[in-house]
Design a protein around this ligand. Structure first.
Ligand code: THU
Length: 137
């Protein structure tokens, strides 16, 4: 699947965002190595800290369905009522969740804005010297 196709899925996922507090809406589309796409949106909470980012929603949906091997994720986020004016990078917690399931050298993170500018990075670039399952061996 091309980056562009995955970005379109992330844009659709953004429509599902529940963001009544920040009014910042994010969508993510996660591609498994088996070729399936799992989508996620941010889901906020009145107590704020239970908020789940779009990326983690996508990962948790996929893992629940038995998927453990991932190729890339596309993320599109921006203020409500806008078309996402700039790229939106995953927060530190989401990078750590990616570290649990993905090879940092090969897993690709595709950041896109509403004008279809895109930036592709590896997990290692976003989380250098990360701590993962290998560290516990
Ligand atoms: N958020 C995401 O869903 N993903 C990101 O990559 C960055 C931030 C959400 C969390 C919160 O609901 C809102 O965006 C503002 O931080």
């Amino acid at each position: 699947m091309t980056n562009r196709e995955l970005i379109l899925e992330a844009k659709e996922a953004r429509e599902h965002a529940y963001a009544p507090y920040s009014h910042f809406r994010v969508g993510a589309a996660l591609l498994t190595k088996s070729g399936k796409v799992f989508k996620g949106c941010n889901i906020e909470n009145a107590a704020y800290s239970p908020t789940n980012c779009a990326e983690r929603t996508a990962f948790f949906r996929a893992v629940y369905e038995g998927e453990r091997e991932f190729e890339k994720i596309a993320v599109v986020g921006g203020a409500e009522g806008t078309d996402a004016d700039q790229t939106c990078a995953p927060c530190g917690v989401c990078r750590q969740v990616m570290m649990e399931f993905c090879n940092p050298e090969t897993f690709q993170i595709v950041l896109a804005d509403g004008k279809d500018h895109e930036l592709q990075l590896t997990l290692k670039e976003l989380l250098p010297y990360g701590f993962g399952p290998e560290n516990l061996n």
